[in-house]
Design a protein around this ligand. Structure first.
Ligand SMILES: Cc1cc2nc3c(=O)[nH]c(=O)nc-3n(C[C@H](O)[C@H](O)[C@H](O)COP(=O)(O)OP(=O)(O)OC[C@H]3O[C@@H](n4cnc5c(N)ncnc54)[C@H](O)[C@@H]3O)c2cc1C
Ligand code: FES
Length: 328
């Protein structure tokens, strides 16, 4: 039985029931993957033609509502089909690892955001924009996105304390400098695409600034020259943080434009006020050919996805990292 892999036009012979990711790997098709467990979304690809069987894990993150997208690691080939693999020239493979780390800094950045720095016992390679699962204790584990780059000797995270939050409550009350933390990762597919040289839209809601900082820092480190429009949406003026990092990035990357947008209570004379998605809508006409990185709360990411699509950004060029809650 054959499957046809687009856009490479490769025909691969497979046995019925074979795992799609394994088939692609064995045929040396360039394909990103990470968790191998249906969680991170990195191995997403599209079924153009034919049927496949999905063994969907209960922790799968929502895709974008289009049922033709599948996670290759959770998919089994049952009949001849045509599969489209995304961006074969932008593949990253950082098999997830389990690494011990030590808390070296916990500090307040706003009334409810903490900066957490962990020093891993061994270096961990990741792509700008990815995240890891942090296990503080066996009952306190959650994903958090790195704000820095893998060449740094420490991981930096920005954690917003959620009222009644189980893990953020633990971080606020119990976590101390010197504590050991288990780090599992990296995970996630909203990483910086290095080959793209056109304009980039970055939208960060709250602590979504962490992965967006990582992406822009990565672009600067790679000497990418792309125009970057970074929108940082916060609820109120007291939620703004990280301005000195953004100013430094603007000095390093003159093609970076930063817009801080305050949803309520802002000073209309000195600040951009309103919903970040409305401001993007007003600022831009056609965004055809752009890439969009959208990070933060799920409603903001969903609204920004709608705006980006309406303005002409290709669905396959929207990289979303929505901070879904885990609930366990
Ligand atoms: C891929 C990924 C990356 C993430 N990266 C980051 C990051 O870099 N920084 C960061 O701060 N968070 C990030 N998160 C969110 C994080 O993993 C936790 O969900 C969050 O810290 C809350 O955990 P908790 O255990 O304290 O809350 P829970 O005990 O899980 O939730 C308590 C209550 O608060 C609600 N709640 C949870 N989170 C929020 C929220 N953000 N806003 C409003 N209500 C909420 C829940 O629905 C629930 O009712 C990320 C999530 C994902 C999936
Ligand atoms: S590798 Fe398939 S979802 Fe993570």
């Amino acid at each position: 039985m054959d499957i046809l892999v687009k856009p490479l036009n490769r025909v691969i012979q497979v046995a019925p029931g074979a795992n799609l990711l394994k088939v692609l790997q064995d045929a040396q098709v360039p394909m990103s993957y990470s968790c191998m467990a249906g969680r991170c979304g990195t191995c997403r690809c599209r079924v153009i033609d034919g049927e496949v069987m999905e063994g969907v894990g209960d922790q799968q993150r929502p895709l974008d509502g289009d049922e033709s997208f599948v996670l290759a690691c959770q998919t089994y080939v049952t009949e001849p089909c045509t599969i489209e693999v995304p961006e074969p020239d932008e593949v990253v493979v950082h098999p997830p690892r389990i690494v011990k780390a030590t808390v070296v800094t916990i500090e307040d950045m706003t009334h409810d955001i903490k900066r957490l720095v962990l020093r891993p016992a061994k270096p961990v390679e990741f792509s700008p924009g990815q995240y890891v699962q942090l296990h503080f204790t066996k009952d306190h584990a959650r994903p958090y996105s790195m704000a820095g780059l893998s060449r740094d000797d420490a991981f930096e995270f920005h954690v917003r304390l959620v009222p009644e939050g189980r893990v953020t409550g633990y971080i606020a009350r119990d976590l101390a400098v010197g504590d050991a933390v288990k780090v599992i990762g990296p995970l996630g597919s909203a990483y910086l695409r290095r080959k793209h040289d056109g304009p980039i839209l970055c939208v960060a809601g709250g602590t979504g600034l962490a992965p967006i900082l990582s992406i822009v820092r990565g672009a600067v480190a790679l000497d990418m020259r792309n125009p970057i429009h970074l929108y940082f949406g916060v609820r109120s003026p007291r939620d703004i943080y990280g301005l000195s990092w953004l100013e430094q990035l603007q000095r390093e990357h003159p093609a970076l434009t930063v817009h801080v947008v305050v949803a309520s209570g802002g000073n209309t004379a000195t600040q951009r006020c309103g919903l970040v998605t409305d401001v993007i809508e007003q600022d831009h006409g056609d965004l055809t050919g752009w890439r969009a990185y959208l990070c933060g709360s799920p409603p903001m990411v969903e609204a920004a996805t709608v705006v980006a699509r309406r303005k002409g950004v290709d669905a396959g060029h929207i990289y979303a990292d929505a901070f879904y809650t885990q609930g366990t």
